[in-house]
Design a protein around this ligand. Structure first.
Ligand code: PLP
Length: 407
């Protein structure tokens, strides 16, 4: 075959490849992101600052953001256009399930759209009253050798340092811990956690989480990091926090100075929709990267928010642009008050099917179902092995082409 003939075949194949993602190419620019909607966000911010009587300096201060979380429906009604019915419902649900929204996160919401994906994650919905699900589907209470610790795997564990968050996700898996009050794990209990880890040589990976790990005081955080860093068998420290999404003001220079002292630190956050990827979020992730922190994302598949092939693809691609590597997509758990977010497993599989091959491998997280009763994270993915034979296996590729491979 001549060079020219090979080139013609390659060009034809390139056209075919382009047609594989034509549906996405046509759609992707119409998916809202925090960047495409930066003007709306700025306008919302101005309005919210006025309602809360805040200065620019206060807005940029995470402690101001935290102590000015919106927790009553009358303030919320000055920020979003709510019907009388919604006002009544939010007020009623608030008596059963706690809610709070940082002014920053509120500024990402479309004030006129009740189906806004940011709003649906933060503003209580009447659907939360549906009786279904369990308080603690992961049976965490049965895997806690010491107050604050959950150990479900041989070589790693989580320490829940506080129940506080900048915003209480409506789909929270630990709703039962949120209560009506903010509770940080007392110093004495934190000491016992460290002692437990020091005595368990198998533990090489400690995940500090909550609530939101970055809502404890800087002093306690630094104490914990330095203690863990000193334990020889603790190889890596992980932090679970949604602040890059809900309150990026938390990522200060002082915090980054502390984090840079205790490498390697892996920080997993929780973006669920491209609308959450904003200029402020990027500023925060740039600072974390400069401090040597490695960033990952754990999304939750949620009905009406991201249960869509194109939105999920866009989310993962936008995450890579701000240097966050998609890590997990969790199938939603059967938690009380979250039934309206449930989706079929087929939906998750359809999304995974349309990622592999169609976009960068870096943009493909692992899809996880948490086995009931704390039996562990279980990965599920489309099946690429069609059959096994003694000397060969039958496979199919991302385009559905079937082939054999020697075994
Ligand atoms: C999710 C989780 C971990 C971390 O799991 P990885 O798959 O290693 O990210 C550890 N302990 C508990 C209890 C968890 O729920």
């Amino acid at each position: 075959m001549t060079e020219n003939e090979k080139r013609i075949i390659s060009l034809k194949r390139a056209e075919e490849l382009k047609s594989r993602i034509k549906d996405y190419t046509m759609k992707k620019n119409s998916i809202k992101t925090g960047f495409t909607h930066s003007e709306m966000i700025k306008e919302n911010k101005r309005r919210i600052m006025k309602v809360l009587n805040a200065s620019e300096k206060e807005w940029d201060d995470w402690k101001w953001q935290l102590s000015n979380r919106i927790t009553d429906v009358h303030t919320l009604a000055k920020i979003l256009n709510l019907s009388d019915e919604e006002i009544h419902q939010i007020d009623m649900i608030g008596k059963k399930f706690r809610w709070a929204i940082s002014p920053y996160y509120a500024s990402l919401m479309d004030p006129d759209d009740p189906f806004c994906p940011v709003r649906r994650q933060a503003v209580p919905s009447i659907e939360e009253m549906v009786e279904a699900g369990e308080e603690d589907p992961m049976a965490e209470e049965f895997t806690s050798p010491v107050e604050g610790i959950t150990r479900r795997y041989p070589d790693r564990l989580i320490v829940k340092v506080t129940n506080q968050c900048a915003m209480y996700c409506r789909h929270c898996q630990r709703r039962r811990c949120i209560g009506q009050k903010d509770l940080a794990l007392p110093m004495a209990a934190l000491r016992k956690c460290v002692e437990y880890i020091r005595n368990e040589e198998e533990i090489r990976d400690v995940l500090i989480t909550g609530g939101d790990a970055l809502l404890i005081s800087q002093k306690n955080l630094e104490w914990l990091l330095s203690e863990l860093h000193e334990i020889p068998h603790v190889e890596i420290i992980r932090i679970g926090t949604r602040t890059p999404v809900t309150m990026p003001q938390r990522i200060t220079k002082e915090l980054c100075d502390v984090l840079s002292k205790y490498p390697p630190i892996y920080l997993n956050t929780h973006f669920n929709h491209p609308m959450e990827i904003t200029e402020d979020a990027k500023k925060a992730t740039d600072m974390l990267c400069s401090a040597g922190v490695v960033l990952g994302n754990q999304a939750v598949l949620l009905k009406g928010i991201n249960d869509d092939v194109h939105i999920m693809k866009k989310l993962n691609q936008e995450l890579l642009k701000i240097r966050i590597r998609p890590y997990y997509i969790f199938h939603p758990k059967e938690v009380v008050g979250t039934a309206h977010f449930k989706v079929k497993v087929q939906k998750g599989m359809e999304i995974m099917e349309k990622l592999r091959g169609y976009t960068s491998g870096l943009a493909i997280p692992t899809y996880i179902i948490n086995a009931p009763n704390g039996k562990g994270k279980t990965p599920i993915l489309p099946n690429y092995i069609l059959s096994w034979e003694e000397n060969k296996i039958e496979l199919r590729n991302w385009e559905g082409e079937v082939f054999y491979y020697p075994n």
